[in-house]
Design a protein around this ligand. Structure first.
Ligand SMILES: C[S@@+](CC[C@H](N)C(=O)[O-])C[C@H]1O[C@@H](n2cnc3c(N)ncnc32)[C@H](O)[C@@H]1O
Length: 230
């Protein structure tokens, strides 16, 4: 999968794409990440990309022109309508707190595309006319961060880990939300830590009973999660 990240702060991504599972997915060419700096498309001699908001008010707004040309530079021609072969066309995603909340179902859908273009805002956000040039507006939750870079990392991480060849498929299938349930509780050595003991059933060697226990725990955790997230 090709991923273009449109940002004014590409250095913020250092570390998250060099280490661990995502770093390996890049090395193994499962994903190919490319940074496009919004400043490269600024006409300003100081490479300024923001300006004061029309109508007054605080903060600075990222101008539409450099973002528009940055999106165009990725090869995007027009919005990706869900017609035939749309998974082979680039999907442009704008990270914004006002977007659809990122959920497992959306991640599954995004993971089918061959090319994602992810646009990161900053300051007060991007000129509202950005809506004319993106296919999806995605939020990682109902709170506001300083920029779209951390949300983009969250999106890329969650998509990458379910791509074939990144993590063993058995392990992904047991993960929370995959089958609509929360994962069961996991334990490892030592058997006792500060008076907290691993449940006896997991040490019993009876795989049928262990499986039944895990299913029951999975359901209980899911009900609790649903109540807590209301
Ligand atoms: C400070 S925020 C702008 C917030 C905007 N003024 C508002 O209240 O909706 C700057 C940028 O951070 C990103 N951002 C902040 N919070 C986010 C979230 N929860 N999900 C996705 N992107 C977010 C967006 O790209 C946004 O354009």
């Amino acid at each position: 999968m090709k991923i273009d990240i449109i940002t004014a702060f590409p250095k913020m991504f250092v570390g998250s794409f060099t280490e661990s599972i995502i770093g390996r997915a890049i090395k193994n060419k499962i994903i190919n990440i490319n940074f496009i700096n919004i400043r490269s498309f600024s006409n300003d001699k100081h490479k300024k990309i923001d300006d004061r908001p029309f109508g007054g008010g605080c903060g600075m707004v990222i101008k539409i022109e450099p973002v528009y040309y940055a999106i165009k530079s990725t090869g995007v021609k027009k919005k990706n309508k869900k017609y035939k072969n749309f998974y082979t066309k680039p999907l442009v995603i704008y990270m914004t707190p006002q977007g659809k909340i990122l959920k497992h179902k959306l991640i599954l859908d995004f993971s089918k595309y061959k090319h994602l273009v992810i646009v990161c805002g900053h300051y007060e956000g991007i000129d509202e006319r950005i809506k004319n040039y993106v296919d999806e507006e995605i939020s990682i939750g109902n709170y506001v961060l300083t920029g779209g870079e951390i949300p983009a990392m969250v999106l890329i991480d969650s998509i990458t880990r379910i791509l074939p060849g990144v993590i063993k498929s058995d392990s992904i299938k047991n993960d929370s939300f995959f089958n609509g349930l929360c994962d069961y509780p996991s334990y490892t050595r030592p058997v006792v830590f500060k008076n907290h003991k691993v449940p006896d059933i997991l040490l019993s060697g009876n795989h049928k009973n262990i499986n039944d226990w895990r299913i029951k725990k999975s359901y209980n955790k899911t009900i609790k999660h649903k109540i807590d997230s209301k």
